[in-house]
Write a protein that binds this ligand. Structure first.
Ligand code: FE
Ligand code: FE
Length: 195
């Protein structure tokens, strides 16, 4: 681990995650670091956001809702129905309050790592993509192509992932966060306009 601050955070994160989630977290952290190198993005920010992106993941659903309420974090209808979605907002909250992250870019990347958002920053995209392609992820169809694309074109890669996730969510009848749909529409339009 390259610096003391990150090493300390890594130890702390480990305590709050189960083994699988911790392994996934390390995968996302290193993948985010590699993508940052490739695309000329701040490496330490990418590593930090990757390390903390799922720090609230292993909290039970009712407790997620409770902590959000207590801290005046807005819960949408979809999130009430599927509290797992809250781990992103809550992760950003913990990153700030418990890991003392003040960098707005890092907090934003954590907050939008599940749904994406229209007009994502480069760091947002890196974390969104790293979460999907890290080496420990089960091999989804198209994974090899998505992984390659990640190191070539961040926007194109985001679109691919959104498309594949929309198909996946629909096929399993999992309710869609409106923000995922907005993100997809935004990037699809961007792609159309650049043709
Ligand atoms: Fe997550
Ligand atoms: Fe994750």
């Amino acid at each position: 681990m390259m610096n003391e601050k990150l090493a300390k955070m890594q130890k702390k994160v480990k305590k709050y995650l189960d083994e699988d989630r911790y392994q996934h977290t390390l995968g996302v952290m290193y993948t985010a670091g590699a993508l940052a190198m490739c695309h000329g993005i701040h490496i330490e920010k990418a590593l930090t956001a990757g390390l903390l992106h799922d720090c609230a993941k292993c909290i039970p659903p009712e407790k997620k809702i409770k902590i959000c309420r207590k801290n005046h974090i807005l819960i949408s209808e979809v999130e009430y129905a599927n509290p797992g979605l809250l781990h992103a907002k809550l992760g950003a909250h913990f990153a700030e309050k418990k890991y003392h992250i003040t960098d707005a870019d890092i907090l934003c990347a954590i907050r939008c790592h599940t749904t994406g958002r229209p007009a994502m920053s480069e760091l947002d995209k890196v974390i969104y993509i790293a979460d999907y392609i890290e080496p420990g992820r089960i091999e989804l169809p198209n994974m090899a192509a998505v992984r390659k694309l990640a190191f070539q074109n961040l926007d194109a890669c985001v679109i691919r992932i959104l498309e594949d996730s929309l198909i996946y969510l629909e096929s399993r009848n999992i309710p869609l966060d409106p923000l995922t749909e907005q993100t997809y529409r935004y990037y699809k339009e961007l792609e159309e306009n650049s043709k």
